[in-house]
Design a protein around this ligand. Sequence first.
Ligand code: PEP
Ligand code: MN
Length: 280
Amino acid sequence: MKNLKLVKLEESGKRTEIKVGNSVIGKDFVVIAGPCSVESEEQTMKTAEAVKKAHGNMIRGGAFKPRTSPYDFQGLGLKGLKILEKAKLKTGLPVVTEVIDPRDVSWVCEYADILQIGARNMQNFSLLKEVGKSNKPILLKRGMHSTFRELLSCAEYILAEGNPNVILCERGIRTFETYTRNTLDLSIIPAMKEMTHLPIMVDPSHGTGKLSLIESMSLAAVAAGADGILIEVHINPAEAKSDADQQLTPSQFSHLMEKVLKLKKFMDTEIGPSIIGGRH
Ligand code: PEP
Ligand code: MN
């Protein structure tokens, strides 16, 4: 754990808890859900209302999209953030949204309750330093080519700048497997629990890229001891401007939520922490 002095779990076992809205990340199981991209007011409002109705805890949606092709939809920018602001006002749910440029951090903070650093920017060190100076919690997604240690090292950058509120997020890594969009590395959850006091969430949407696999991987994330999940939901997935293959309909999301909450309760009441290690 050399050079990971701020993120490492101390002997006291004290863990970071981050209060956002009505949830405490690191204590409560938190579900962040919403569209991949903010596309329109109607699409975002309807999705946000569905997330709320299904007992999701926070809404997500990208106003700045880091896309593989420059010709793909890049997000609505400020207009998208204003739509998210309305969705928050309507539902009371906090907003999680991505920032991709250090120059945007200070003003995106006015709209975001949690700033997301996407997988492609995990090692964008100037962006990490900038969000480290902000007063918003940071959802730091694992780079698709990055190791456990590299993810922790990037979190260390943020803590070293003075921001203690970092949430790690496993979202799948690239392996030789191509059937799934990424390979979801669920073993990183109990591994992180042994090494760091920071909460860790799982994103089964990007982690699999396949609609039919998301429910199973969400339940597996709960069983592995994740602090929450990130799920892409869209009122009309077929028409989505990004990640159309992995977005759940509101009704699919509501079914997933029922099972996730049931399993979480069962894990807490019947299974309990591991005496060998990992899950706490
Ligand atoms: C997203 O959350 O929509 C996203 C772009 O995710 P990732 O950075 O994990 O690819
Ligand atoms: Mn997406």
